[in-house]
Ligand binder design. Structure first.
Ligand SMILES: [Fe+2]
Length: 157
């Protein structure tokens, strides 16, 4: 018989929800950070960076909903407080006072951080037989890896 999310053992489900919440927290912090950079970036590459940062925060905003609704589908409570996100997140806030190059480098590092969180979640979900969360986490990690590459391409000479 096929395993549904309801049939995942409670302990395993709790662990998966923790991973999803960590991913949600980091995605939320990074959404706001990318939007802050979208507003405050300066320099000759203003146009393309303003647009790329928008593409990033729009993607991340949608992902927050996807991750939170997976938590709900697993029967758990979806955290929605920024104060809690900041406590959990390995991605830090930034006041936006940075050069264009520093912003690109910071966002690249942050994309790699969230990708690592999601890859760990994908492995955990696979181990526990939660194929839906596994698929979602892999899809999200792919997006973060793509953004990390796009950001990093600005930094190579
Ligand atoms: Fe805008």
């Amino acid at each position: 018989m096929k395993q549904t999310s309801v049939e995942i053992a409670p302990d395993a489900k709790q662990e998966i929800v923790e991973g999803l919440t960590q991913s949600l927290a980091e995605t939320a912090v990074l959404t706001m950070k990318a939007q802050n950079y979208h507003w405050n970036v300066t320099g000759m590459a203003f146009g393309p960076l303003h647009e790329l940062f928008q593409e990033i925060y729009e993607d991340h905003f949608e992902a927050q909903d996807e991750l939170a609704e997976r938590i709900k589908a697993l029967g758990a409570h979806a955290e929605g407080r920024h104060s809690e996100y900041l406590k959990r997140s390995a991605v830090n806030e930034c006041d936006g006072h940075k050069s264009d190059k520093e912003m690109v480098a910071a966002l690249k590092a942050d994309q790699e951080t969230v990708s690592a969180t999601l890859r760990a979640l994908a492995e955990l979900a696979e181990k526990q037989g939660d194929v839906v969360t596994n698929d979602m986490a892999i899809g999200r990690a792919q997006k973060h890896d793509k953004f990390a590459w796009m950001l990093g391409a600005h930094l190579s000479d």
